[in-house]
Design a protein around this ligand. Structure first.
Ligand SMILES: [Zn+2]
Length: 341
């Protein structure tokens, strides 16, 4: 018993930061008391809540901490959040330090209950390392839909070990959850391949799309941190402007949770050189759309991103308003089996 508790504590400390080896994880996961009616869960961001709802189904009651339009990198927990976390049986985060300002709270909570980072379900080799070793891995792994599917399988395994009486339910829910996700990955590959090769160049307001670019063959530049106030910053902007003009890239993108003003210097620069570039968006990167709308689910938000990027980089929009409304109803796309109407 004492050994089990020590092993459990070891895993809990590990859960928010490092990655336990798979065989160890199977040994040290705590078991849920079997009599519990529903597992109360707090999920940090919308995408995580989406996966946990999908795989947990009826067995799990999910409260989502951060809503639409909230930047998880900067989010600080409120008193209500802390209360919710204290009342929950399990906390699910995305991990890889996406929820940077929550780290302390999660580490504290992990001393008394499981805190599971969805990113822990990925092989270490799949992570995109950031330049500095200190910085660790890029957290935006859900942008590669195939990695999201891998993480979903791992979550189903974890829940099955945590709550073994309902393992069959989690496996069946996983099967249902994965159908549209796997279809979405194929759809992304096919759709983004339709962009002319010279225009597969994707400029966006922050650095959330590296996994997306790697998975779907686009060169990605996130311009957060490009400053017009230093010479080096201006030089970077000028280089980027030259590239956009030379390659006739028709669009740059803004995101729902990041201010779009960082793109303005670039658009002005392109226009000053006689080119034209549309600011298209919003893309949904770190937060999903409002619940009940077409972008309010993981599959919906990603399909919106894929369609908007493909259409705008093919040059099929002439202004930002058109770009924003170009994406057809995602529900209709989902219903039509992923084929563009
Ligand atoms: Zn981000």
């Amino acid at each position: 018993m004492v050994l089990a508790i020590w092993l459990l504590l070891g895993w809990l400390v590990c859960a928010s930061g490092c990655r336990p080896a798979d065989d160890q994880a199977a040994l040290i996961i705590d078991r849920l008391p079997t009599k519990i009616e529903k597992i109360r869960v707090v999920a940090t961001v919308g995408m995580v809540a989406d996966m946990v709802r999908g795989i947990g189904g009826e067995r799990i009651e999910v409260v989502q901490m951060m809503g639409s339009g909230v930047d998880p990198h900067l989010y600080k927990p409120t008193r209500d959040d802390v209360r919710m976390v204290m009342q929950a049986d399990v906390i699910f985060s995305a991990g890889l330090h996406l929820e940077g300002k929550l780290a302390e709270t999660l580490a504290r909570v992990a001393k008394t209950k499981p805190v599971y980072a969805i990113a822990n379900g990925l092989p270490a080799s799949s992570a995109i390392r950031l330049g500095d070793v200190q910085e660790g891995a890029d957290p935006h792994f859900w942008m590669d839909v195939s990695l999201w599917a891998t993480a979903a399988r791992a979550l189903s395994d974890w829940l099955s070990a945590f709550d073994p009486d309902h393992a069959e339910v989690y496996r069946e829910n996983l099967r249902k959850y994965l159908g549209p996700v796997e279809e979405l990955h194929e759809y992304a590959l096919a759709t983004l391949r339709s962009i002319p090769e010279a225009q597969r160049f994707f400029v966006t307001s922050h650095d959330a799309f590296r996994y997306f670019g790697r998975a779907y063959g686009l060169t990605v530049i996130g311009i957060q941190g490009f400053s017009t106030e230093s010479e080096a910053g201006l030089r970077r902007i000028n280089d980027l402007v030259a590239l956009l003009v030379d390659r006739r890239i028709p669009a740059v993108f803004f995101e729902s949770s990041v201010p779009r003003r960082s793109l303005e210097a670039i658009v002005e620069g392109v226009r000053a050189r006689g080119g034209n570039v549309v600011v298209a968006g919003p893309l949904y990167a770190d937060a999903m759309g409002e619940p009940g709308t077409s972008t309010g689910t993981y599959v919906g938000m990603m399909r919106h991103n894929i369609d908007l990027i493909a259409r705008c980089l093919r040059g099929e929009s002439s202004d930002a308003e058109a770009a924003s409304s170009l994406s057809p109803s995602v529900d209709s796309l989902v219903r039509s089996g992923g084929q563009r109407p």
